[in-house]
Design a binder for this molecule. Sequence first.
Ligand SMILES: [Fe+2]
Ligand SMILES: [Fe+2]
Length: 394
Amino acid sequence: MPSSNQFSATEPAELSTVAAEDDVQAHWNRVIKRRSFLKGMTIAGAAAVPGSALFASGAAASDSARLTDGDAAILRFLAAAELIESDLWEQYTELGGVSVNGKSDGESPGVPAGGGNAPYVAALTSIDGDMPQYITDNTDDEFSHAAFLNAYLEAHGRRKVDLDEFRNLPSSTATGARNKGRLTNLMNLNVDTSWYTRYRSTANVDFGASSFAQLLTIKHQPAIPTNKADEQNSARIQAIANTAAFHFAFIEQGGSSLYTTLLQQASSVEVLRIVASIGGTEVDHFSLWHDKVSTAVAPPNNVTDPVTHLAFPDLSSNTDELKQTNLILPEPCTFISPALPKVSVIRPSSTANSGAVAAVNAFTDDNLFDGQPPSFFRKLMELAEAADAARRDV
Ligand SMILES: [Fe+2]
Ligand SMILES: [Fe+2]
């Protein structure tokens, strides 16, 4: 069915109107037919359909009729991103999270018992006493995001995203790490710290700014203890915990921009609600971790890693606006037009700078997938390109 904007501007107005009316009628016929089908399915055989409980309400049924290919592509890429987030946060939790009587403190199925590496927990706690709890809670959130997005896709007749064939990367051999295949590698990271100066700047990469300075350069550095030797070296384990703190914020600021970008391409109100609501949680995570890095660059945590020689500076008394540690709320910046007043916003929020392909590239530059085969990158990039190609269709 052609959409109204496919009619030529030179077409006679009367003909266009008749055709548009036919168009609307055909659309309604399809909606009614689809609703009748869903209603019948709910009554007669809902139990046979995965996730069919979501169809129980009329609202869910009508929204299911509006799940476009573009919406499905957006949700599929986000499901992949959440599986990746879940995998990395799972590793952080095993070593540095919390457990209750040796069990997971998370609500979501699959969240492991945490805090298995006492020196790492101590180093994280030196940054903030609540770090282990926050790590477990962030992990719980990511597991819930992945499970929800995949269940929603299946409930709407779409394939869920499965990355299990790529869970082959090695685990850490430090105390507390389970020996299982991983999607992500946290033991050789390049952590981009430019988000720190980006959120303190009044410039916006979507509207003219070129790039932002790194706060510090973190290259080929572990964010979890890689082996038992790491956990026995106090400066080394603190540098590893500090790296993790910066990595937490890097990951979650990326999620904040990714969701803000993709929601502009959603068609159904329900998908818009999902992307906005999960995206809000990513922003919440980012804000938390942004606050926590301030004590990773202050005494007594500003150590130098004796193995990699990565040196954390002492920024505790720095008053340079791009480095001051308590300026954790987004500085107003250029947005939409330089002619408009500067405004405090999530940035960037454009396909080029923070869409799905940009997210895959950022994860890859982070060395998060160090050791994955080309087929993994191909699969992820296919999902990303489909999501970026989605267009709002209302
Ligand atoms: Fe998430
Ligand atoms: Fe996240």
